[in-house]
Write a protein that binds this ligand. Structure first.
Ligand SMILES: NC(=O)c1ccc[n+]([C@@H]2O[C@H](COP(=O)([O-])OP(=O)(O)OC[C@H]3O[C@@H](n4cnc5c(N)ncnc54)[C@H](OP(=O)(O)O)[C@@H]3O)[C@@H](O)[C@H]2O)c1
Length: 302
């Protein structure tokens, strides 16, 4: 298939491109700058220049493809505190992609996050069947899933907050490591028993390919290997590698200490991927989060 990918130059996109090429697909990647175009071309994909906000360009690129994977997200806006702008742009892109694919039966794989389930207040282990009504990225999830009723074989991949590997340069783990370097301590909130699910980038990339190739329309999928790693263990691994003390901080200090991650670090988000594994015969094979941290690659950067 000829697959169009937004976010092709990013962390996950850079793993999805070779995964698709190795499986015999052709890949066209959206790139908004010369640097991103060079990254996409170096990965072996054809480059489609354009910004996520150029909806005419997006529509044309989708119309020329046999399937679409949507990974682009305005993280710059999110880090600057304007999450709403990132969400709005994401939704507009999904609607444009969906309209261009409606009635074709072609596959469209969208992206969400498992933290959405924690924001919805779920306290038990979340599953793919959980579909909250409100929360960050819920509207995007719903928009992708609803395309199943408009003749699109759509599916949503929920990524855990820590998609980790040596390809991860500016995700939550590098941010936590930078914070620990900056503050001279690796912190967790309260008793640190709250859990974050995790998955390896290469396993996630394989899941995107499988979703594209065979997910049933409307599926919600979890790219989760570790069901829930206690946040204290993440802090302990960071402290061990940076040789800084590991400390507990009270919830009211989380925003000041962790910046834009302040509202996330105490979320408890245990998440199952049993249904995803069964549905797509997906089996993660790469190291779990703590084993990957202990390989040391995250700590080599200055
Ligand atoms: N990585 C994780 O742990 C994680 C966890 C949960 C959810 N997710 C979600 O998974 C998706 C992919 O994440 P990622 O880690 O691969 O992110 P990333 O490394 O930050 O990559 C983001 C991609 O979006 C592109 N992009 C941003 N703004 C754009 C715009 N205005 N026009 C066109 N392209 C634009 C970037 O292009 P440039 O190269 O030009 O910047 C880049 O290719 C996102 O939706 C993210 O929120 C990721």
């Amino acid at each position: 298939m000829r697959i169009f990918i937004t976010g092709a130059s990013g962390h996950i996109g850079s793993a999805v491109i070779p995964e698709l090429l190795d499986a015999g697909h052709q890949v066209v990647g959206l790139a908004r700058s010369n640097e991103s175009a060079a990254t996409v071309a170096a990965a072996g994909a054809e480059v489609r220049r354009g910004d996520l906000d150029d909806l005419d360009n997006l529509r044309d690129a989708v119309a020329a493809a046999d399937g679409v994977i949507h990974l682009a997200f305005k993280h710059e806006a999110m880090r600057a505190g304007d999450f709403a702008a990132a969400i709005t742009a994401d939704l507009r892109a999904i609607e444009t992609i969906g309209a261009a694919l409606a009635g074709t039966g072609k596959p469209f794989v969208g992206t969400s996050g498992t933290l959405t389930l924690a924001f919805a207040g779920l306290t038990r282990v979340s599953t793919e069947a959980d579909a909250p009504d409100v929360g960050p990225r819920v509207d995007a999830e719903k928009a992708v899933a609803a395309l199943a009723d408009r003749g699109v074989r759509s599916a949503v991949v929920r990524l855990p907050p820590t998609v980790h590997s040596s390809l991860d340069r500016h995700g939550f783990i590098p941010t936590l490591i930078a914070t620990a370097r900056d503050k001279g301590v690796a912190a967790y909130v309260g008793d640190g028993n709250n859990r974050w699910p995790a998955g390896h980038t290469l396993d996630a990339a394989q899941l995107y390919r499988l979703a594209l190739e065979k997910a049933p329309a409307g599926a919600r999928l979890h790219a989760v290997d570790d069901e829930g790693v206690p946040f204290r263990e993440i802090a302990e691994a960071i402290g061990r590698h940076l040789d800084v003390p590991v400390i507990s901080i009270p919830p009211e200090q989380a925003d000041a200490h962790f910046g834009y991650l302040g509202s996330l670090v105490s979320l408890d988000n245990p998440t199952s991927s049993a249904r995803t594994r069964e549905l797509l015969t997906w089996k993660p094979t790469h190291p779990g989060l703590i084993a990957d941290l202990d390989q040391g690659h995250y700590f080599n950067a200055p």
